[in-house]
Unconditional design. Structure first.
Length: 310
């Protein structure tokens, strides 16, 4: 095992101890406000939505309630769709794209689909701008039975408690330069493994479920987003983040096997979006618009296939 130090916490080549994890957490600093950025916008939503608290983070339950938005009057004959953002709290456009969808576009679907939107699954991670939760656990590898991540466990229970079948689930993410500069080195240090540098793709792409890839669904999202921002190109090996490109701007992961949020519903149409906010070709507003466009395209496609095009 290499003894090279590439991260300031822990002993190179050895998994983090509890003391190392506490040292990591002590180094995190609040940099923005969940209350101002998320809760205030949810409070301002119109009468067509119902905001509910489905849990809270034990690190500070009053500061970090877990909030979901539902259609105020669900329709018995309409399918259900889930939109999630902020599973990784540092991925800003996931959160703000979900909020923008609620504020600008959701009303257009109100007659045809029952919506469940969770714009910020990881509010502590949002405030400290980090991928992990306070226990140095990645929520997006924790959508499993007896989840070790509070954020994932609460969302699993929310979905299970509804007792409905979902038609669509779109999970909004980003791939950022900080993945390579901070989060992948931290992961290797935490697990006591070598850090192998990777490549950050420039542009938008989606991740489908290798067990249920739905290529036409993925293509519809790519086509819609291409009108907003550029699509990521594969590297010289024909890959994006180490996975083969199956069609333009699309790779596949096994959602359930990896414990990914996009597998939490077992919906017919599922995807994870990835925006690249550090590109010189984009802006925060464009990234938010791309996420909103992806959600709308996912819903339109799903509803059309379900005979609810209207």
């Amino acid at each position: 095992m290499s003894s090279e130090r590439f991260y300031p916490i822990g002993t190179p080549g050895e998994p983090w101890t509890d003391a190392d994890k506490l040292a990591w957490r002590a180094g995190r600093r609040v940099q923005r406000s969940y209350g101002d950025d998320v809760r205030a916008r949810l409070d301002a939503l119109g009468a067509g939505f119902r905001v509910e608290r489905y849990g809270a983070l034990s690190v500070d339950p009053e500061r970090y309630p877990l909030l979901a938005v539902r259609s105020a009057e669900p329709r018995a004959t309409a399918p259900w769709a889930l939109v999630t953002g902020g599973v990784h709290g540092y991925e800003t456009s996931g959160v703000h794209g979900a909020l923008a969808f609620l504020e600008v576009a959701a009303a257009a679907f109100a007659e045809r689909v029952n919506l469940l939107v969770v714009p910020c699954v990881s509010p502590w991670g949002y405030e400290v701008i980090n991928r992990w939760n306070p226990s140095a656990i990645d929520p997006n590898r924790s959508f499993v039975a007896e989840s070790p991540a509070e954020e994932a466990a609460a969302l699993i229970e929310l979905v299970r408690g509804l007792g409905v079948d979902f038609l669509v689930h779109i999970d909004l993410h980003e791939t950022t330069d900080s993945d390579e500069g901070e989060f992948r080195p931290a992961l290797a240090a935490r697990d006591g493994t070598p850090f192998v540098p990777g490549h950050i793709p420039d542009g938008f792409y989606t991740v489908g479920d290798s067990e249920n890839p739905q290529p036409e669904f993925q293509a519809a999202i790519i086509a819609a987003v291409e009108g907003v921002t550029h699509i990521a190109e594969p590297d010289a090996r024909g890959e994006i983040i180490g996975s083969p490109v199956t069609q333009r701007g699309v790779i596949n992961y096994p959602f359930e096997a990896l414990g990914l949020c996009a597998g939490v519903t077992g919906a017919r149409f599922t995807t994870t979006t990835e925006v690249y906010p550090d590109s010189p070709r984009t802006t925060p507003a464009i990234c938010n618009d791309a996420q909103r466009a992806a959600v709308c395209a996912a819903l339109r496609f799903g509803l059309a296939r379900a005979g609810q095009a209207g």
